[in-house]
Design a protein around this ligand. Sequence first.
Ligand SMILES: [Zn+2]
Length: 440
Amino acid sequence: MEKKESRPLPHELERMPPKERQKHLEERMREIIAYAYEKAPAVKERFDTAGVKPGDIRTVKDLEKIPMVRKDDLIALQKADPPFGGYLAVPMDSLERIYQSPGPIYDPQRKRGFGTGGGMGPDFGKGQIVMNTWSYHVTPAGLGVDQLLRSMGFTVFPSGTGNTELQVQIMHDLKVNGFVGTPSFLKIIIDKAEDMGFDFKKDFNLKWAMVSGEMGGEPLRKIFQEKYNIFCMGGDNYATADVGTVATGCDKQSGMHVSMDAVVEIVDPATGEQLGPGEEGEVVVTPFDEVYPLIRFGTGDVSMMVDEPCGCGRTTPRLTKILGRTGEAVRVRGMFVHPKQTDEVIARFPEILRYQLVVTRPQNRDDMVLMVELAGKHLEPIRLGTEKAQVSLPVEREKLMNALDKTFRDICKVKFDRVEFVERGSIPENAKHVVDKRKY
Ligand SMILES: [Zn+2]
């Protein structure tokens, strides 16, 4: 692809009025689609099968015409046509590296890598030593982040995973300024340092951390910032082995700004239709990548887009956070309910032994029932004759229902229809926590 001289840089795009930015993004989108159709046989085949021509795709909205490609599709395509399933758009011998990610899926090293640091420039990290604890072999994370950090001027210590004691020693001896990796690994390092007799805050020089790759890292982030004075840069970052960086957090820690090197959509995973801001759906990515142009890659991750302006000055939409995976989540009245969320609800009620959330669809309306098995003898369901005493519930139970209702709405952002107390042993011990029994 020829590079247009007038093309704005990523950090310029991020601060543009949305309409103007859209124009530039759609221009690049049309280019990558035309290019991919010509160079990647799998893209051509997918388009032809769907009866879509590259010229039909003018706007982001038009992307809906193209069927999504998912991890499972890629695994099958790669099996049938190894190693890249017909998505490689450059000669094989021009590749610098090949990676493998779980699946297994083979990933060629991409041109866009893990981004360019949002246009922060080569002097941004001058004079600072960073420990990169992502794995340096097999998967792209370690080398990808390494390249990104070096492009921003940092000096990198490629420590990779494991060897905690050694990592502590290095962090101490080199007076390392920054840490990159998972929040839980940073916590392990700090704990180890304290076990070894160090006072982490006094004896170490760690000023910042760029932690990501785990859900529920917020409590640890709080500990790093409040207890150890380690600034957690940019909140979260979201990248996948298949498409690289999707969204990057900023200092305002108010979500992750979508990459300017890709089109990011939120869609209904069942239909592929785009959803608006504030609606939960699957993250679908079309990276502007000339090496491996996956067009409309369905990540299987559930998130939501917000488009209010951010205090950092960027005008780009943000992904709130990754709420779960589409496979386990159930979409009810426009919102995803994920077992991770329902577990969080139930964890607050020690009087509940087991539960199951069941979604059905009588009369074309979603119906969501929380089945609950209570712990403790005094809360056994009461029977009056053959009828369960649904109307004359003891006070505790009504209290419990109200508390469940409130907590459920707080965490899942949607309301269940009712609670059903079931007898002990009704819900099998390893039953799924969220079940979709709807038939359309
Ligand atoms: Zn921001």
